[in-house]
Design a protein around this ligand. Sequence first.
Ligand code: FE
Ligand code: FE
Ligand code: ZN
Length: 275
Amino acid sequence: MLHIGCHLSISKGFEHIGIEAKSIGADTFQFFTRNPQGGKAKDIDANDVQKYNQFAAQNGFAKIVAHAPYTLNPCSDNPQTREFAEMVFADDLKRMEFVPHNYYNFHPGSHVGQGVDVGIGMIIDLLNRLLQPTQTTTVLLETMSGKGSEVGATFEELAQIIAGVNCQDKIGVCLDTCHVFAAGYDIAGNLDGVMTQFDKIIGLTRLKAIHLNDSLMPFGSHKDRHAKIGAGEIGAEALVRFVHHDAVLHLPIILETPNDLQGYATEIKFMRKAF
Ligand code: FE
Ligand code: FE
Ligand code: ZN
């Protein structure tokens, strides 16, 4: 069974987002833990969360994905920015335990000229200060397109981060189809080759969630512009094939395509029909 959903707003609470997800045929979703620009998160309403947890169980929801704010940069050259990243990350992990056993996805960061190795070291340090053996949340590194000085646009860099993490069972990867394509991994023309490479370098057991997007920008462009399914350079056929891959089939698949609710419903229906 395909588990698919899309990015939704959590502003009206967990129960609301669950009902909204179900109404468009989704059985998973992604949400920002707070304003994507950073800022203070809304207080968790224990009653709302309890209702959601019940609703999700009753409706056979898959694991859901929380997304950290875009501004969170654990490998900034500015110590204050790194401190802010750590504060937000720690607070988010605490809050995630209200919806236990789900995923927390973040962009590894931008090294802003300090070099990839310095960046990777800072990301590892943050993870080793924050990840706890007792937490139920698995933290996911998102595969990046490699714009600017982004870390995590190659499988090698992600593997290097994972290798440095102490809590090995709390770390995984979220593969963004638009980003990997833009980063130079040809999931349209050579899917098996890319997945074999992922397996050799990172290990397919680390793959925990998917961001399913077409790419407005061409292969290897290192530009991050999401397109609707079939409206980009990857194409609908290749994305359907991707979702059918053995290592992907059972994972929560999140659409981050430029859509309103109705548009998401259409794409979810399209992907489900392919099964
Ligand atoms: Fe992202
Ligand atoms: Fe993404
Ligand atoms: Zn993106």
